[in-house]
Structures are given as C-alpha cells and as structure tokens.
Design a protein around this ligand. Sequence first.
Ligand SMILES: [Cu+2]
Length: 122
Amino acid sequence: MKRIILLMTLAAVVVVGTLFAVSVAGAHKHPMAKAQKHPTRKVMIQNFRFKPAHITIKRGTKVRWINKDSTAHTATANNGRSFDSGRLGKGQRYTHAFKRAGKKPYHCEIHTDMKGTITVKR
Ligand SMILES: [Cu+2]
C-alpha cells in the first residue's frame, strides 16, 4: 500500500513538473513577446480619410488598416503590387508587414482622392 502511494506521488510530481516546463516554454514562445518588439501600427479609415494619412515605421512593422466607414474602401499601393487590401467593408481590416525600406504611397481604389503614405525606415 505504501508503495502505491509512493508511486502515485511520484507520478503526480512528474505530471506537475511536465506541465510547468510546458507552460514556461509556451510563455517564452508566446506571440505577444514578438508583437511588442514590432508593435502593429493602426491606420483608421474614417470619413473617407486614412488616419493618420502619413506614418513612419521601422522595417518589419505591420500596419493594420481598419475600415470604420459603412462605405467600402481599399488600401492599395500606388505601384499596384506591394500591397492591396481589396474591398474592405464596414469593420473589416487588412494587415501588411513592411519588409523593405522606402516610401510607399497608397490610395483607395474606389475613392482615388483618398491618399496616404507609409515611410519604412531601416
Ligand atoms: Cu475609399
């Protein structure tokens, strides 16, 4: 009987130890740790404007456009290929990670007078 209790205790220690190790490893790999290094910048699309229209970010930063209007908009690179959100309906969002330095002018395909710039620094 004592032997069984000893084995049960041993098994419990192993299980708890494993769970602890897994949780520590999990916390280390948690995506939030990476996100804080390069926080995502938000650009609101509101009242037919990009807010803010001009932002400067570090290379590797993600930009997330969020459409607050009830009208559909896009965030499309002027060169037509770097990035393109496609039609964003009300509340929809689009995220793009900028990996190369440079000025990235963009516009809304539906309302071509809506303009913005992402300046990506090294
Ligand atoms: Cu638009």
